[in-house]
Design a protein around this ligand. Structure first.
Ligand SMILES: *[C@@H]1O[C@H](CO)[C@@H](O)[C@H](O)[C@H]1NC(C)=O
Ligand SMILES: *[C@@H]1O[C@H](CO)[C@@H](O)[C@H](O)[C@H]1NC(C)=O
Ligand SMILES: CC(=O)N[C@H]1CO[C@H](CO)[C@@H](O)[C@@H]1O
Length: 483
C-alpha cells in the first residue's frame, strides 16, 4: 500500500494542478478580453540613459552628487548633448551577423544617439528595435530572380521556419551587400523629412566603431547647408568613393539634392537605372559615390579622421598623432566596448567640447604594451626583411649580399633588436624575430598575439625611439580637423 500512495498522491496533485491551471487560464483570458490592453510593450529607455527629449525623467532630477558614478553621469549628458539630435545614424548590417555584432552597439554608442536606424537584409525586430530591410525597395525582378539575392531569399525562408539566420553566414553576404546602400540612403533621407532638424547622416557598419563626441565636434566645424559627402577616400576605376566600413558622412543638403534628383527623374526610372548600375558594380560604396557625383557632390577626403584600421593595426605616426580619432573599422564587439568606455572616461574628465586625439588612444591602449618585448607576438613589421636562405622568396634581398650585422640578425632576438638600433632613427622603430628571420618596421604598430597561430615571433620596440615619437609632436597644440 505504501508503494501505491505516492501514485495516488500524484494523481490527486495532477488533478488539482489541472484545475488551478484552468482557473489561471480563465483569468488570463478574462483579463485579455475584458480589461484594457496592458500587454503591448512600450519601449522605454534604460534607466541609466534617460531620453533627452524628456528632461523631467527622475534620473535627471537627482542631485548631481547621486550621479557621481562616471558611467551614469556620462550617459546622462551623452543622451542630451547638444548637436546629437541633428544626426541620423544608419547602421548597415546583415541578418547572419546581427546577433553577434548589434547588441554591443545598442548598449554602448547608441545609448548616446537619439536618432538611429538599423538596416539589414531582413526585416525583423531586435528586442523592441525595428530592423529595416534595406533591400525591400529593390525591384522584384532582381529580388526574386537575380543570383545576388539567393541569400536574401534563403534568409526569408529561414525566418519563416524560425531557424537561426547566423547559420547562413558566408553564403553570398558580400554579393547582397552592395544592393543595400542606395535604397538604405533613400529610406533614411525620407525618414529625415519626418523628423525635425536632421542636418547630418552618418553611415556605419556593424564592425565600425565611432567616437560620438569627436564626430559631433567635427560636424560642428562644417555647414550642413553645404553639400558634403565625406569619408576615407578610396579609388576604383575613375570613381573616388568613401569606403563604407570606415564610415560615411552626408550633409542634409546632399540628401536634399538626391531626393530632388530622384523626384525629377521619377522614382521608378531613377531606381531602375541605379539598380542596373549596381548589378554590374563591385561595391555599394562605389555606387553611391557615383549617385552623389550625378548631383554634383564629390567626395571630401576625411582620412585619417575616418579610418579603416584598428588600434592594433594602425601606424602611430604623424599621419594620425594630432588628429581626432573618429572611426575604426574591423573592430570586434570587445573593441567597440573598450573604445566606448574610453570615451566615457574622456568625456567625464574633459567634457563634450574637447576632442581626443589619436595620441590619447596611444597613451591609453598601447604605450604600456610597447614598453616591453613580447613573445608570441606579431607586430606587423616588414619594411625590411632579413631572411636566411631557407626562408628567402623571390623579391627578398640576397642573404649573402647583406651587411654582416644584417646576416647576424636572423640568429637571435638580441641581434635582430641590435640591427634595428643600427638602422637610423626613422628607419626602424620595431623588430620581430623568429629563428632564421628578422623583420624591421619603420612605423610603430602594435600588432597582435600569434599564440594561436602556426608561427611564433618575438617582437620588440626600440624604447628611445618610441619616446622620440612623443617628443617630436610635442603636445599637439594644433588639432587637425580636416582629412
Ligand atoms: C545636493 O548635494 C549637495 C552636496 O553634494 C547638497 O549640499 C545639496 O543640499 C543637495 N541638494 C539636494 C536638492 O538634495
Ligand atoms: C628587448 O629585447 C632586446 C633583445 O633581447 C633587448 O636588447 C632589449 O633591452 C629588450 N627590451 C626591453 C624593454 O626589455
Ligand atoms: C599574422 C600576421 O598578420 N602576420 C603578418 C606579420 O607581418 C608580416 C610582415 O608585415 C606579414 O607578412 C605577416 O603576414
Amino acid at each position: 500500500m505504501t508503494a501505491s500512495s505516492p501514485l495516488t498522491c500524484n494523481r490527486t496533485t495532477t488533478a488539482r494542478l489541472s484545475i488551478v491551471f484552468l482557473l489561471l487560464m480563465g483569468l488570463f483570458l478574462f483579463r485579455d478580453l475584458w480589461l484594457p490592453d496592458v500587454s503591448s510593450y512600450k519601449p522605454s529607455p534604460p534607466l541609466a540613459y534617460p531620453d533627452p527629449k524628456q528632461p523631467g525623467t527622475p534620473q535627471q532630477q537627482h542631485n548631481s552628487s547621486t550621479a557621481a558614478k562616471p558611467a551614469a553621469s556620462t550617459s546622462q549628458s551623452c543622451a542630451s548633448v547638444p548637436g546629437a539630435e541633428k544626426v541620423l545614424v544608419l547602421l548597415k548590417t546583415g541578418a547572419t551577423e546581427l546577433y553577434q555584432k548589434l547588441p554591443t552597439h545598442v548598449v554602448t554608442t547608441f545609448t548616446c544617439v537619439p536618432h538611429y536606424m538599423i538596416f539589414s537584409d531582413l526585416a525583423q525586430t531586435f528586442a523592441d528595435l525595428p530592423i529595416h530591410d534595406a533591400i525591400a525597395p529593390v525591384s522584384s525582378h532582381f529580388r526574386e530572380h537575380h543570383e545576388d539575392f539567393e541569400l536574401y531569399r534563403k534568409l526569408q525562408q529561414y525566418q519563416r521556419e524560425g531557424q537561426d539566420m547566423s547559420q547562413l553566414k558566408g553564403d553570398g553576404g558580400w554579393n547582397l551587400d552592395k544592393w543595400k546602400f542606395l535604397p538604405m540612403l533613400f529610406q533614411a533621407f525620407e525618414q529625415a523629412e519626418k523628423l525635425e532638424g536632421i542636418e547630418w547622416f552618418f553611415v556605419m557598419e556593424a564592425d565600425t566603431s565611432v567616437s560620438w563626441t569627436n564626430l559631433l565636434q567635427w560636424l560642428k566645424t562644417m555647414d550642413p547647408k553645404q553639400a558634403y559627402y565625406l569619408g576615407a577616400q578610396n579609388v576604383i576605376g575613375d570613381t573616388t568613393f568613401a569606403h563604407g566600413g570606415s564610415g560615411v558622412v552626408v550633409s542634409r543638403r546632399t540628401a536634399d539634392l538626391m531626393l530632388q534628383r530622384r523626384n525629377t527623374v521619377g522614382k521608378v526610372p531613377y531606381d531602375e537605372k541605379w539598380e542596373e548600375l549596381t548589378s554590374i558594380s563591385c561595391c555599394g560604396d562605389e555606387v553611391i559615390a557615383r549617385a552623389f557625383k550625378e548631383v554634383g557632390v564629390e567626395l571630401t577626403p576625411a582620412w585619417p579622421l575616418i579610418q579603416g584600421e584598428t588600434v592594433s593595426s594602425i601606424d602611430w605616426t604623424e599621419n594620425h598623432w594630432c588628429t581626432p580619432a573618429i572611426t575604426w573599422h574591423h573592430v570586434s564587439p570587445l573593441e567597440v566596448d573598450l573604445l566606448f568606455q574610453f570615451q566615457a572616461d574622456w568625456v567625464h574628465a574633459h567634457g563634450w567640447e574637447e576632442p581626443y586625439l589619436f595620441h590619447h588612444l596611444f597613451d591609453h591602449f598601447i604605450a604600456r604594451h610597447v614598453a616591453v618585448n613580447r613573445t608570441h607576438w606579431n607586430n606587423l613589421s616588414g619594411d625590411q626583411r632579413f631572411l636566411s636562405a631557407a626562408f628567402a622568396q623571390a623579391g627578398d634581398r640576397d642573404f649573402e649580399a647583406l651587411e654582416g650585422y644584417e646576416r647576424d640578425s636572423v640568429e637571435s632576438a638580441e641581434a635582430c633588436a641590435g640591427a634595428c638600433e643600427r638602422k637610423g632613427d626613422g628607419e626602424c622603430v620595431q623588430w620581430m624575430f623568429a629563428p632564421g628571420r628578422c623583420h624591421l618596421g619603420k612605423d610603430l604598430r602594435f600588432g597582435r598575439s600569434d599564440e594561436r597561430e602556426g608561427e611564433h615571433w618575438v617582437s620588440g620596440w626600440v624604447q628611445g625611439r618610441v619616446e622620440g615619437l612623443r617628443e617630436r609632436f610635442g603636445g599637439c597644440r594644433r588639432v587637425r580637423w580636416h582629412g
